[in-house]
Design a binder for this molecule. Sequence first.
Ligand code: ZN
Length: 149
Amino acid sequence: MSLDELYRQVILDHYRNPRRSGRLESPTAHADGTNPLCGDEISLDLVIAEGKVAEAAVTGRGCSISQASASMMADRIVGKTLAEVDELIHRVKRLLDIEEGDPGLDPERPGAALGDLESLAGVRRFPVRVKCADLPWATLQQALADGTA
Ligand code: ZN
């Protein structure tokens, strides 16, 4: 199986079986994001407690890239400190080439692996799809700004 094919399967798996799908009863932070270029929508609920993301739930509709990226994000951020989440956001943006720099994929570095998120690297070749992959992360940044306000 080629790497491209493997990545496609990871994305399709998240798209078909989205993790942490739904709404939270008492979110402490919330944001909605849209990507008009593609028609993608993301609605994100968070519970932030003691400097950590205690819970996350996401609903949305749109293309497989945007929804898979949202699923990976929600799955990944729960249990992380806000500093770790911030670092993850920037690593994903570097992976997507939105920000300059090394996403830190060096397997020799402990904790370097982005896991499923690496499957999003393939969209770098398609600028329009980068917006799809970034939408959940931009929405997350909005929610975090909302939650600490
Ligand atoms: Zn899209």
